[in-house]
Design a protein around this ligand. Structure first.
Ligand code: PLP
Length: 359
């Protein structure tokens, strides 16, 4: 019998929630649909593609559109089938078996997953109750472990916390022989991006995505930005046709509408602010919501001992949010969706309080 090897034997396929929910606030997607004229443009692209031909392996047009949007040299940009694929490519490209990869937890779970598959060894630092990025502990750990890579999201999913540029610079300078992978998936919602300095450091790679602020998760488009020497290595390692022709053309459209995008970002930020306020009011009334964290992203994290019960109760009401042990993460939605999730939470909390009163 063919035996699965040790590193994959216990893995199970990624299981996003299944079933139908009327309110989906579990995956940090944008709640804004693409505007009609953009959808029409995408329709035209889909109907006029030359489907016989392989896509451009260097994805030149969409990398140029990315470069124009963010003001970076396209020679320092490579595209991926979502930034998720790029995380996998970076691990496979830059790690050798046994290399230490430093993470600070909680953070995006795919880092450890891909590091493991690439034969790396995840060494994680635990964040304290503030959930802020522990820069000094990460530097110390990286030095002690002679780390090949440090990877973290900034601002962070799932904590919502942001690390100011000055701390990122300090980290980069403290570990000149370690590659720092800075995942800025949510940086469109904050303003401490290292993109303007992306090529100043020879140990920095920045990841961006069209899945969150751009509302294009279905398109699967992410980017890695850094010094040419490293980006060339990424291009050499990735599979040549990782970005299909539709994604390349659609991404070029998404990245060419600066004004509409800026407006969408402001709308999402306003929704996040409203959701945060509403959850803070709930937490004042129901102390089982122990802490509602500030956020630099399009979601709000709550620390609560009732995470499991509330998560289950919300699902029963047709509302999906993300649960972690001891935490709930709620993506900002439309006014109606925010209203629905806060009302449902209130109902669950009130019912629970009543039960306690009777006991
Ligand atoms: C959503 C997310 C991604 C994945 O983005 P894709 O481009 O859709 O693969 C990467 N990093 C973080 C931190 C995310 O939250």
């Amino acid at each position: 019998m063919f035996e699965l090897n040790e590193k994959i034997r216990d893995l199970t396929p990624y299981d996003p929630i299944t079933g139908t929910y009327t309110v989906r606030l579990d995956a940090n997607e944008s709640f804004l649909s693409l505007p009609d004229d953009v959808r029409q443009e995408l329709g035209k692209i889909a109907s006029s593609l030359d489907y016989r031909r392989y896509p451009d392996p260097l994805a030149k047009d969409v990398c140029a559109a990315f470069g124009a949007y963010y003001g970076v040299d396209p020679a320092c940009v490579a595209g991926g089938n979502g930034s998720d694929e790029l995380i996998s490519i970076l691990m496979n490209a830059f790690l050798q078996p046994g290399d230490a990869v430093i993470t600070a937890l909680p953070d995006f779970s795919m880092y450890g997953f891909y590091a493991h598959l690439a034969g790396g060894r995840e060494v994680s630092v635990q964040k304290d109750d503030s959930l802020r990025f522990p820069t000094d502990a990460v530097i110390e750990t990286a030095k002690r472990e002679n780390a090949r890579m440090i990877v973290f999201s900034n601002p962070c999913n799932p904590t919502g916390q942001g690390l100011p540029k000055n701390d990122v610079r300090r980290l980069l300078q403290a570990v000149p022989e370690t590659l720092v992978v800075l995942d800025e998936a949510y940086m469109d919602f904050w303003d401490e991006s290292m993109l303007p300095e992306a090529t100043k450091y020879d140990n920095l790679l920045i990841l961006r995505t069209c899945s969150k602020a751009f509302g294009g998760a279905a398109v699967r488009l992410g980017f890695v930005v850094g010094p040419e020497r490293l980006v060339r290595a990424v291009r050499a390692v990735k599979s040549p046709y990782n970005l299909n022709s539709f994604t390349q053309a659609a991404g070029t459209v998404l990245l060419s509408r600066r004004d509409a995008e800026k407006a969408a970002i402001e709308t999402i930020k306003a929704s996040t602010h409203a959701l945060h306020e509403a959850l803070c009011r709930l937490a004042e009334a129901y102390p089982v919501l122990e802490k509602v964290y500030d956020t630099c992203c399009n979601f709000v994290l709550i620390r609560t001992g009732a995470a499991d019960t509330l998560h289950r109760g919300l699902l029963q009401k047709g509302i999906a949010v993300r649960r972690f042990p001891g935490y709930l993460r709620i993506t900002a939605g439309s006014e109606e969706e925010n209203q629905a999730v806060t009302a449902a939470l209130q109902e669950l909390l009130a019912a629970d309080t009543e039960k306690e009163g009777q006991a």
